[in-house]
Design a protein around this ligand. Structure first.
Ligand SMILES: C[S@@+](CC[C@H](N)C(=O)[O-])C[C@H]1O[C@@H](n2cnc3c(N)ncnc32)[C@H](O)[C@@H]1O
Length: 267
């Protein structure tokens, strides 16, 4: 499916791994479990060993040229991708989890949430034979500049972050729209009962019952904390004309400009 096409009713994740049990528990809890039960997402784990060609079900071998560790053999991976693709009418986008891939962000999660089917291939050891990547992988994705022992946790991170963007998966339809990163900056601070905790009072405005005042306070708090905690995100902030007026009135526009922010017309 193209990402600009209408959203399919469900998204199907196929995870290809030599340790399928690793994903058992996270897939059986909370929102991800409920979304599967409701048919909003589908997740199928496949053991790459089932596609190994030799009698010992070998999925790895020593690297050509010598050196440390083992490399995942291309044939079991290729056979697994081919077989898994054939299990559903629509072929999926093949993603290899890899520290050398495109850095994963909320924007990438949003992009991938538009696909009807994703095949997530989990590497192990020193990684996978380069020829498998050349022939079968549409894209490599990295969850950060550090090295994991395998791609399973990274695959789980993709599933979790993509699933919650799908229609109906979150209990409250609006909540993803105000999340940190969804509009470029950080979400406003949140408070719940008790009103006074260890001498610290929750902000008075939140009890005013005035929705417009609460919304403005939250907007300003969100901009201020983005400037303080993640100044690197400031340049990417985008504001509506009304928000710009609020920022001007609160004296924040000048501070934003000092931090490198420019309006869209200046960009
Ligand atoms: C030990 S790593 C291999 C690292 C490889 N030797 C290198 O230096 O690029 C084994 C597997 O874990 C997964 N992995 C490790 N770090 C990752 C990351 N930051 N993002 C996504 N997957 C990762 C990949 O599937 C990788 O093939």
């Amino acid at each position: 499916m193209r990402v600009d096409a209408p959203l399919a009713e469900t998204i199907r994740f196929d995870v290809l791994t030599i340790f399928p049990e690793l994903l058992d528990s996270p897939l059986k809890e909370g929102i991800i479990r409920r979304a599967q039960e409701a048919g909003q997402i589908g997740i199928v784990c496949h053991n790459i060993r089932d596609y190994a060609l030799d009698k010992h079900a070998m999925t790895d071998d020593r690297p050509f040229g010598g050196g440390e560790g083992m490399v995942m053999k291309p044939e079991p991976l290729a056979a697994a991708v081919q077989a898994v693709q054939a299990m559903a009418p629509q072929p999926g986008r093949v993603i290899l989890l890899s520290p050398q891939g495109r850095p994963y962000t909320q924007a990438v999660a949003e992009e991938l949430s538009g696909y009807a089917r994703l095949l997530l291939v989990c590497g192990r050891y020193e990684g996978v034979d380069e020829r498998f990547i050349a022939q079968y992988v549409d894209e490599e994705i990295s969850i950060g500049d550090y090295i994991l022992t395998g791609g399973e946790l990274a695959a789980m991170i993709l599933i979790d972050s993509i699933a919650r963007l799908r229609p109906g998966v979150l209990g409250c339809a609006d909540s993803a729209g105000y999340d940190t990163f969804s509009r470029g900056g950080l979400k406003f601070p949140q408070y719940t009962r008790p009103r006074l905790f260890e001498g610290l009072a929750a902000p008075e405005v939140l009890f005013s019952g005035n929705h417009a005042e609460v919304a403005e306070w939250r907007f300003i708090a969100s901009v201020e904390r983005t400037m303080r905690k993640r100044p690197d995100l400031v340049v990417g902030l985008r504001f509506s004309p009304n928000e710009l007026k609020i920022l001007q009135r609160q004296g924040l526009l000048a501070k934003l400009r000092e931090s490198g922010w420019k309006s869209q017309s200046e960009n």
